[in-house]
Write a protein that binds this ligand. Structure first.
Ligand SMILES: Nc1ncnc2c1ncn2[C@@H]1O[C@H](COP(=O)(O)OP(=O)(O)OP(=O)(O)O)[C@@H](O)[C@H]1O
Ligand SMILES: [Mg+2]
Length: 236
């Protein structure tokens, strides 16, 4: 569905993303992992259209994305959340969701999603009155209100405790089954990623160093030396 071919991005002398190619299938749950500064957020910014690649091409169902604005890509079903929260702080939870709902042109409030992410009894609260975890969940529901075909999540479990992370994993599995939407998930919580994802892509210094099932990734020597290190025992 989404195909990247030879995507690179440099900031001055920094090669943040180098010659990245991959294919994301419809409905797939793909993890994206790698050390700090590996280029994960930059890659999501390139796909969502916030950044322009230095070289390479991207297509969605065969249609080139190059030259399309972030807004146009959102309309085509590419939604994302941010590593740093970007909810509208003074708008209510419901208004935050409505903004996306109108942008995506969908009529019904995604009530099932609101319930699934535990926000049904918080709709009238201003977003800045929510806990950090609830604000992160609001961002996801807001993304879903666009009725996306691909939802990209940049560290959705960051700052969540183990119980919250597990609940988030369940809610995201529900999204994959109910919303007919592919997920592209960045996180440093390996247990979360390994449990949730069908396949995982590993970035290191801007390049894809491995791609495969959680099992293949945890046993890949390159991935162990670049990123997993001793953590591998905790997830294998
Ligand atoms: N707007 C920018 N201007 C200059 N350099 C940037 C910019 N955005 C990212 N970089 C650099 O590109 C590299 C990749 O950064 P990126 O944020 O994509 O990493 P990441 O894998 O998301 O890391 P983390 O796990 O810490 O979030 C880093 O060296 C970073 O400093
Ligand atoms: Mg990042």
């Amino acid at each position: 569905m989404l195909e990247l071919t030879g995507i690179s991005k440099s900031f001055g002398g920094v090669h943040a993303v180098r010659d990245v190619s991959f294919l994301l299938e419809a409905g797939e749950v793909r993890g994206l992992i790698g050390p700090n500064g590996a280029g994960k957020s930059t890659l999501v910014n390139l796909i969502s259209g916030l950044l322009t690649p230095s070289s390479g091409t991207m297509t969605l169902n065969g249609v080139p994305l190059t030259g399309q604005s972030a807004h146009q890509r959102a309309r085509q079903g590419i939604a994302r959340t941010f590593q740093n929260l970007r909810v509208f702080p003074s708008l209510s939870v419901e208004q935050n969701i409505d903004v996306a709902r109108y942008a995506g042109g969908s009529a019904a409030l995604p009530e099932a999603a609101i319930r699934q992410f535990g926000l049904l009894d918080k709709l009238t609260l201003p977003a800045n009155a929510l806990s950090y975890g609830d604000q992160r969940r609001l961002e996801i529901v807001r993304g879903l209100a666009l009725r996306p075909r691909i939802l990209m999540l940049d560290e959705p479990a960051a700052g969540m405790n183990e119980e919250e992370t597990e609940a988030l994993g369940h809610a995201l599995k529900w999204v994959q089954q109910q919303a007919d939407c592919a997920l592209f998930v960045i996180d440093h919580d390996l247990k979360f990623i390994m449990t949730l994802c069908d396949r995982i892509t590993v970035l290191d210094m801007g390049s894809v160093i491995a791609e495969g099932t959680p099992q293949e990734i945890t046993t890949n020597p390159k991935v162990i030396s670049a990123y997993l290190g001793d953590d591998v025992s905790a997830v294998a």
